[in-house]
Design a protein around this ligand. Sequence first.
Ligand code: ADP
Ligand code: MG
Length: 273
Amino acid sequence: DAHFDSVVPRAQRVTGDGAPAVQAIGVQKRFGSLHVLKGVDMTVMPGTVTVILGPSGSGKSTFLRLINQLETLSGGRIAVDGELVGYRPVTRHGEECLQALNEKEIARQREKLGMVFQRFNLFPHKTALENVMEAPVHVAKESKSTAREEAINELTRVGLAERLDYYPAQLSGGQQQRVAIARALAMKPEIMLFDEPTSALDPELVGEVLGVMRSLADGGMTMIVVTHEIGFAREVGDQIVFMNGGVVVEKGGPEILDNPTEQRFKDFLNHVL
Ligand code: ADP
Ligand code: MG
């Protein structure tokens, strides 16, 4: 992709040792004439939790999807674990430029990331255990016995050891979402991305899912969480990022939730609280 090197900012280096778990620099995304992300910068250090807040349509999901290469960048750079996402730096005629990775290389990069969506998307005809075993067996080519053992571990970790053989329809929304988290963890990701994981749940089921996420964070998992749960953000977030209109309006430690600077952020917090 020779066109790409003309749009990346060259000022900052995003690769190398001691690198952030995720670093975004000047990230842009366009869908046709719709300019959705207009230069997003974000640094996520290993073992930390970043919570992204913002009104609907501000580009939060698109940003997570770019990290996980479910979308391609229109400009800027993202590095995961010190490695550029989707591209390899090469020297051509003495100049550094970027070469697009092939599908296999992209798949290998994506294995570092686990993603949990608002809708759980479990296979309805498979049990909880079979749902969690699916990718380790069919994608990672693990033996069934190894995958089964690990799936039981992951389901135990999310509090579902007693529900291994239940089908999604026999589980509550909160239990289904915990299966979805176990399914992502079964691929041993270094970083977990959560896109409004509790937004589709009945209010009484939100706590059990946030509890699992909190224990993951306590265990040192690097996480980026899009949510409207301000209590979770305050208690679990190391970094809070408020996005609006495709840009980062304000970011800082959880104290900014109680002391926002930007008017747009104040208005948002007044609405969700
Ligand atoms: P958020 O998650 O903050 O609600 P999104 O990232 O889902 O925001 O969407 C930001 C904007 O991008 C919205 O206007 C949405 O309609 C648009 N958008 C998202 N995905 C696509 C797509 N695949 N094609 C066209 N427009 C899209
Ligand atoms: Mg969204």
